[in-house]
Design a protein around this ligand. Structure first.
Ligand SMILES: CC(C)(COP(=O)(O)O)[C@@H](O)C(=O)NCCC(=O)N[C@@H](CSSC[C@H](N)C(=O)O)C(=O)O
Length: 387
């Protein structure tokens, strides 16, 4: 990947998808993306620093799991938002993975309504359950308030109705949020970098072991596939020119030499594919659901099936970047089928324009995941009774 003055803009990439730049972007000589083995796990966690908050979050998760074990409650770890790949140790630049956090935050609300306790491992400052309705919203609540009292009766009535509708919805969200906090049903744990995410995912999985089959992993976070190993990480901000000390001052070397405004060539290593370690070692009794994000519809099903084969977990939910808000595909070892929101049109709504979809796709996704999790728990109970 190079950033040489914008020649890699989206249009150029789209027209020349098979350009040399794209072909050479990935080192095909390296072995294919294989699932991480125990040695990869040891190597990664021994050579990368844990996040400073690891111990604090581990203790919070342990207390949270203990409380819900006592209540025989199911606990879901929802991961949400994108992980970053820092380019410098004192980070000024980083590579980010796309995710607003809508999938995770919305799903967490539906899991809470289904009676789960939720550990919400999320990208810092991304959308959160309940506050998502207002925190990043484009239709700011201030738009519903007017500085001056409306003059005519009609405007007065519309303004009151709008305020009442808005207040009613806000009260409903507020009551659910307050209940979740009062009953300690929602634990919010933030991450930023890919390394922090992986340390926390492993630690939380270990802390969730007492739940046995009542633990569910719902991996909606957009996880980096590449990173800069510590030994190749620049300590300070990467400079576009070279500097040297002269008479106690730092001076720019050859400011006019060719290549003075140098290209930035980034050399990334693949992130070990830890999903296999989660399935086999970190959370062997839990149900594990991962999401697969693609932009090319021709690839989606194949990539979902490849993930299932590679990681041997229970379910992959596939989605396309451009349609992720209203359709997903459930892929398990036996079958695959689509869940789609009804697409409302102006006519169907009696001429009253409705948004492209009338509800949230998570209202379909989460109940189906909950059903499958219940069936899995029952299978284990039945097997235990018959043995
Ligand atoms: C990110 C979105 C699309 C939601 O978007 P927002 O609502 O805006 O937040 C989510 O639905 C999704 O596909 N999440 C998963 C995306 C992802 O990175 N999936 C990985 C697989 S799961 S991460 C697995 C990890 N790399 C490993 O193998 O260890 C992939 O597609 O490759």
């Amino acid at each position: 990947m190079s950033s040489d003055g914008g020649s890699n803009n989206i249009n150029t990439l789209h027209k020349t998808q098979s350009s040399p730049a794209i072909e050479n972007a990935i080192d095909r000589s390296a072995p294919n993306f294989t699932a991480a083995l125990e040695k990869d796990e040891t190597s990664y966690f021994d050579t990368n620093p844990p996040p400073p908050e690891l111990e604090e979050f581990s203790q919070a998760a342990e207390a949270f799991v203990k409380l819900h074990c006592e209540h025989q409650r199911r606990v879901v770890l929802v991961t949400s938002g994108g992980t970053t790949v820092p380019l410098e140790n004192q980070t000024v630049r980083f590579i980010d993975n796309f995710s607003a956090g809508t999938r995770g935050a919305t799903s967490a609300e539906y899991f809470l309504e289904a009676g789960y306790a939720v550990i919400f491992l999320h990208r810092q400052f991304s959308l959160l359950p309940y506050s998502r309705h207002y925190s990043h919203s484009t239709n700011c609540f201030l738009d519903f308030l007017s500085e001056a009292a409306p003059t005519d009766a009609g405007s007065r009535k519309n303004s009151i109705v709008a305020r009442e509708e808005y207040t009613a919805k806000m009260l409903s969200v507020l009551r659910k949020y307050k209940h979740a906090k009062r009953e300690n049903l929602l634990l919010l744990l933030p991450f930023t970098t890919i390394t922090s995410y992986l340390f926390l995912l492993k630690e939380l999985a270990m802390k969730m072991r007492p739940l046995g089959g009542k633990a569910l992993f719902y991996l909606a976070a957009a996880v980096s596939d590449f990173f800069v190993p510590r030994e190749r990480m620049a300590e300070h901000k990467i400079q576009s020119g070279d500097f040297a000390e002269k008479d106690g001052e730092m001076e720019l070397i050859n400011p006019t030499a060719p290549g003075a405004g140098k290209k930035l060539i980034i050399d990334l290593d693949p992130v070990p594919k830890f999903l296999k370690r989660l399935v086999e070692s970190w959370a062997p009794a839990a149900m594990i659901v991962s999401f697969k994000l693609e932009t090319d519809s021709k690839l989606l099903l194949t990539k979902c099936r490849l993930a299932l084969k590679r990681y041997s977990h229970h379910l992959v939910i596939g989605n396309l970047l451009q349609t992720r808000k209203y359709e997903v595909v459930f892929v398990d070892p036996e079958s695959n089928y689509w869940l789609r929101l009804p697409q409302s049109t102006e006519e169907e709504n009696g001429g009253k324009f409705a948004s492209k979809q009338d509800s949230e796709i998570e209202a379909l996704i989460v109940p189906e995941v909950v059903r499958r999790h219940g069936a899995l728990i029952w299978d284990v109970v039945a097997a235990t009774r018959s043995s």
